[in-house]
Design a protein around this ligand. Structure first.
Ligand SMILES: [Mn+2]
Length: 335
């Protein structure tokens, strides 16, 4: 921990003036109708745990922030009378950071934050209103392709499905090991979806081959990418406090390799990322610490992409003070 450690800032890093190269956004979102599992406290717990993460990034060969300004924005305020309004307000909170001049990374919150993240991404200059250009790379135990869960089409179990409905061009999934027959059929029939199942990548006999295939697939990506990292994609032993820990998941190093490979894809640009389903673990900070390490890795990988010419700011840097925008999409479409 450095001398100028600032509590409440990701990695405890002080902000450098008005400049923002990377913004850490906090979405303490929990679907109000579901049983409370603690995801609303996840982002703050992750920021607190990040104070224990080493600043040295092995791949970058430098200490973070490596000359960049990392700004931790105040949490989303949780306002909204109903689900549609809440999702709109999340979108409004995110959108000012999608002008392309900085790199947004969001901490969640339930995976239900994905559709507003995708909707906000349409304002990024590389997406330019056409979500068909956007690829979502999803690390998860669950396919999140359900039509609804408990009567709710915007449940975390539907997050990837709703993102496809919003019009994303491609969805790549890894770590998947808990899904329904209907989801398996959708994966088979929808050309936009490419899924690497944990059954294959984690197989004691066939795993290595499947894993190399996954990394190879990531290298072929092109265009703008949003990386969504549900921490339950990791093996449940590493994230026991997350909403639904599942055995048989990815190792920590597999997630690190995935993050590094996505950011290193030569023809692609990762425009934003999120780490979600974070729940504070009591007694040991393992779950929130794992989340903080992965978010830190994403920040390091972004800085490496900048250094190697795979990310450049669009337009001039706008600074820290941005007005949340208005979104009415979800209140009009969620009943
Ligand atoms: Mn998920």
């Amino acid at each position: 921990m450095s001398e100028d450690y600032v509590e409440g800032n990701f990695l405890g890093l002080p902000v450098q003036g008005e400049n923002v190269d990377i913004v850490v956004l906090q979405l303490p979102y929990e679907l109000t109708t579901s049983y409370g599992q603690g995801t609303a406290q996840g982002p703050a717990a992750c920021v607190a745990a990040s104070g224990q993460v080493e600043l040295f990034d092995e791949a970058l060969g430098q200490d973070l922030p490596a000359g960049a300004s990392i700004y931790t924005a105040p949490e989303w305020d949780g306002e909204g009378k109903n689900l549609g309004e809440q999702l709109d307000n999340i979108c409004g909170y995110l959108q000012p950071w999608y002008s392309g001049d900085c790199f947004p990374i969001a901490l969640g919150g339930e995976h239900g934050i994905l559709p507003p993240l995708v909707l906000a991404a349409q304002h990024h200059p590389l997406v330019d209103g056409d979500l068909n250009r956007l690829t979502v790379v999803q690390i998860d135990a669950h396919a999140d392709l359900r039509e609804e869960l408990g009567g709710e089409a915007y449940s975390h179990a539907c997050a990837a499905g709703r993102s496809l409905d919003l019009g994303i061009g491609r969805l790549l999934q890894v770590g998947i090991r808990a899904y329904s027959k209907q989801e398996a059929e959708l994966i088979q029939s929808d050309e936009r979806i490419t899924t690497f199942f944990a059954r294959d990548t984690q197989s004691p006999t066939r795993g290595k081959e499947a894993w190399n295939q996954w990394l190879k697939t990531l290298q072929t990506l092109s265009g703008p990418i949003h990386l969504t990292l549900d921490i339950d994609g990791l093996d449940g032993s590493l994230v026991p406090a997350t909403g639904t820990p599942v055995p048989g998941g990815l190792s920590f190093w597999q997630v690190i390799e995935t993050i590094e490979a996505v950011f290193a894809a030569p023809k692609a640009t990762v425009i934003s990322a999120d780490v979600n389903e974070i729940v504070a673990q009591e007694g040991t900070p393992l779950t929130q610490f794992a989340a903080a390490m992965l978010a830190t890795k994403a920040i390091g990988a972004h800085l490496k992409a900048r250094k190697e010419g795979r990310w450049s700011p669009h337009g001039h840097v706008l600074g820290r003070n941005r007005t949340p925008s208005e979104s009415t999409f979800f209140r009009d479409s969620v009943n």
